[in-house]
Design a binder for this molecule. Sequence first.
Ligand code: NAD
Length: 291
Amino acid sequence: MKIGFIGLGNMGAPMAANLAIAGYEVVGFDVTDVTVEGVTSCSDAPSCVSGRDLVITMLPNGSILQKVADEIQQSLKKGAVFLDCSTVDVDTAKSVAAQMAATDIDMLDAPVSGGISGAAAGTLTFMVGGTSKAFTIAEPLFTVMGNKAVHVGAAGAGQAVKICNNMILGVTMIATCESIALGDKLGLDRQKLFDVLSTSSGASWTVNSYFPAPGVGPASPADNDYKPGFAAELMVKDLGLSQQAAEAVNADTPMGAHALALYQKFVGTEDGEGRDFSAMLPRFSARKRST
Ligand code: NAD
């Protein structure tokens, strides 16, 4: 299978490299001048997709995905699979899939969970929307770039699952951080708090696998001065997408909306930019009730 890969950034570069290591013939394109070992560089997006059986995109957002889709559509081989792994809004995922279907291109929306370390290690989880036929064709690649792929429904369903997951993640991280900061002020020992929470009804992924306090729980960005990890601005992006989707389908999501407002403030005016999303803990620790 010949693969074209567009968007060789923090996530795309290691994903493309892993495909090349696995023996696939991979060509790649990025608007910035990047080279990835084992991946042949192309000078533009159309030449990157021409004659390829499967094309992967890993781009910053929906408007860039739309722009790239417009650029490549006429150069894509009929019957090719277009696998978008970016995190974008549900509406763009659906409309680009419909646009591609008009020229016999089968598109999958397959956003990932697992971050930069998961991309490098080939341990990403893919949540995939689109046809079963295209999913079956792409499945061997999911096995190389990740260790789990779930076909969650029709076009757009992958992005929908991603934002539902990350809305829980954003809300529970804030709940975890404010609980630890409260515990500190009540004089609790953080290790003892962790021991109880992680085996009680307060357990969650943010408590058990990503406890946001240094030196407590499994290793996490808290142990590395809150260097991302998963940057707070990416959480702003994903919570924004969940609110955009909730607006579109008239769903009531007050906790998601409040989490978005807190993360926007954190990134915009509270020195949160460039820090891991778990750096909400020192933010809460430094605050008093009225501020
Ligand atoms: P990134 O900014 O490092 O990479 C995006 C790349 O796309 C850049 O190299 C950029 O130059 C390139 N690009 C932009 N416009 C282009 C165009 N028109 N044509 C070709 N290339 C173009 O971002 P990333 O961290 O690799 O994230 C990529 C996607 O994965 C995003 O949608 C993000 O939300 C999602 N994601 C990221 C993480 C993470 O931890 N970084 C985790 C899960 C999902």
